[in-house]
Design a protein around this ligand. Structure first.
Ligand code: SF4
Length: 581
């Protein structure tokens, strides 16, 4: 590839001038009150970044495979308490310590790394924390324990001077040897998913996922003992051939888009120097996880629901004490919750305070400058949480299009935005539905480009009623058998029509399309049948847009601006530092 014909992006020019590994000793002499843009780039490679408008720092901690000792929990709690830090759990089963004062950064960075918890490569262009299922090795559906594999992978890259901060872009990795997983891993750049071939268990390989895309089947099957070598060849291939020009096109996804999976795998093969087998049968099953789970060897697990990923030092101490007293183990999960695993009885003294188990809410404006909302606080009143939890509906909320809340890899997803579309500028959300996420079949589709904050709950409640009426076992099966047979234009109009009528007719009960009828004509006919007297019906000609605009104006507009002349939402999506992440 002609890497020199195009201009390297700014970050690459920094790397060429000085590698992060060479830079590292300089942090000892850095004035954290006055760091340069270059310093900012390099510090991210070691888990140090500024993430709030107050210019405080954040430290990101790599919790390998989400496994943490009670001694480490106690130390983190002590540090957070002493330095008045906020603790949040991340979607890569890690921990972030927020509100670190500039004068404490270096000292705390050293203290954390001395605990046996690395902060290296947790941000920037690095191999991020490798994620696996929280019940890895111990769940009733666990077939292959991946922890030993993850340790070997990490050993290869963590302090590798050719890799630290040197990749074209971050690589997120998922691996699971469990038949069922608490969250999907198809949003990762590379995912090793449990599979079977010729009677032997191993892993199928998927590549090119990101928060808005599903990783694609690379048609490769690996035995457990082959995974590490393949992973090394994969990382070295990406490091050699990855795109380093326009920053927004540097993920593996874009490289695969540019050169194709076949050519990329050809490069991997040159480094791997072995043959691989064709993909086996994927084994990823849908399962709803409860508060308590039965594990192998007559043990149990308990999910401690955090406050949308926020935990206090006192909570960590309580959990650590209980784990020590019961000889159980604490694990962090990609769902932002803490798990106590290896309990002898399904009995814990904690009462769950929130209904956040199936909701992944990104850091939000409290902790991330890119967010338009205070996502974690807003999630607590914005959603019908009890109904969501009872039905195990997976919700993802992101504060910007970057998508850390994995809003397109869950049942219902939201991106928090601001808009003047309905009147004075206020909070609104883009809404996605219908992802078939368990087996990586599809990402969620955009239902509404924008809905005002105070109407989001009613939209979600309506979707829940439709789900209940369908009798489907899960929201995901409702998506595949009902929602996804319709266009999103039809679905959004259907919902608006139902909101206007204050009644819900069952989507599930609608007459299915015959093969001869054109999709639009069929959907139009359904609307005519179900809303025969509604005034919006007259606005449907050869598309649904006018009828939709009419209903949105009537239902959501506060009368101060016309939706047709409101500013483009797209403009609001682009943060000026967006490319840096
Ligand atoms: S989704 Fe956007 S706002 Fe939320 S944590 Fe990621 S970058 Fe920040």
């Amino acid at each position: 590839m002609e890497q020199t014909a195009r201009k390297l992006n700014k970050r690459e020019r920094h790397k060429m001038a000085l590698s992060p590994f060479e830079y590292y000793p300089q942090i000892e002499t850095l004035d954290f009150n006055a760091i340069s843009e270059g310093d900012e780039f390099y510090l991210q490679d070691f888990g140090i970044f500024t993430a709030s408008i107050q210019e405080d720092y954040t430290l990101r901690l790599r919790i390998t495979a989400g496994r943490i000792t009670t001694a480490q929990l106690r130390e983190i709690s002590k540090i957070a308490d002493e330095y008045s830090l906020k603790i949040i759990l991340t979607a890569r089963a890690g921990i972030q310590l927020h509100e670190v004062k500039s004068e404490d950064v270096l000292h705390l960075h050293k203290m954390i790394n001395a605990l046996g918890i690395s902060t290296w490569q947790t941000f920037g262009d690095n191999v991020r924390n490798i994620v696996t299922d929280v019940y890895d090795g111990i769940g009733e559906t666990s077939v292959i324990e991946t922890y030993p594999i993850i340790l070997q992978m990490q050993e290869y890259f963590l302090k590798n001077r050719d890799l630290v901060g040197m990749l074209p872009r971050r690589i997120s990795t998922g691996i699971s040897g469990n038949r069922t997983n608490v969250t999907s891993f198809f949003a990762n750049d590379i995912y090793f998913a449990l599979a079977i071939r010729e009677g032997r268990y191993g892993f199928n390989v998927y590549m090119g996922g990101k928060n808005t895309e599903i990783a694609q089947n690379a048609d490769i099957f690996l035995h457990s003992e082959e995974v590490v070598e393949f992973f090394i060849a994969f990382i070295e291939t990406f490091n050699t051939y990855g795109l380093r020009f326009t920053r927004t096109r540097t993920r593996l996804f874009h490289l695969l888009e540019e050169i194709g999976m076949e050519q990329f795998l050809g490069y991997v093969k040159e480094k791997y120097q072995k043959q691989w087998e064709k993909a086996g049968e994927l084994i990823v099953e849908k399962r709803d996880f409860g508060e308590y789970e039965s594990l192998k060897a007559d043990k149990f697990a308990f999910c401690y629901e955090t406050d949308f990923g926020r935990v206090t030092p006192d909570e960590l101490i309580e959990i650590a004490s209980f784990a020590e007293a019961t000889e159980s183990e604490v694990r962090l999960c990609t769902d932002h919750n803490l798990y106590l695993v290896g309990l002898s009885t399904p009995d814990v003294p904690f009462t769950n305070r929130t209904y956040s188990k199936t909701v992944v809410a990104c850091a939000g404006s409290e902790y991330c400058p890119y967010s338009f909302w205070n996502i974690k606080d807003d999630a607590s009143y914005l959603l019908p949480l009890e109904k969501i939890r009872d039905r195990r509906i997976q919700i993802g909320i992101s504060g910007c299009a970057k998508g850390c809340g994995r809003h397109q890899h869950c049942d219902i997803g939201l991106i928090g935005l601001r808009t003047a579309q309905f009147g004075a500028t206020e909070k609104g959300a883009r809404i996605y539905i219908g992802a078939e996420h368990t087996q990586g079949l599809s990402v969620g589709r955009e239902l509404f480009e924008m809905a005002p904050l105070d109407h989001i709950k009613s939209i979600i409640e309506l979707l829940i009623i439709e789900f209940d009426q369908s009798g489907c076992e899960s929201f995901e099966s409702f998506a595949s058998s009902v929602l996804n047979i319709y266009t999103t234009e039809f679905l959004s109009l259907w919902i608006l029509g139902s909101l206007e009528h204050s009644s819900v007719q069952s989507l599930y009960a609608l007459q299915k399309n015959s093969l001869e009828t054109e999709v639009f004509e069929h959907e139009k006919e359904l609307l005519l049948q179900c809303f025969p007297t509604s005034s919006f019906i007259a606005l449907i000609d050869d598309q649904f847009d006018d009828a939709k605009r009419y209903l949105i104006k009537g239902l959501w507009s506060k009368g101060q601006s016309d939706p047709q002349i409101a500013p483009s939402i797209q403009k609001l999506l682009v943060s000026k530092k967006y490319w840096e992440l």
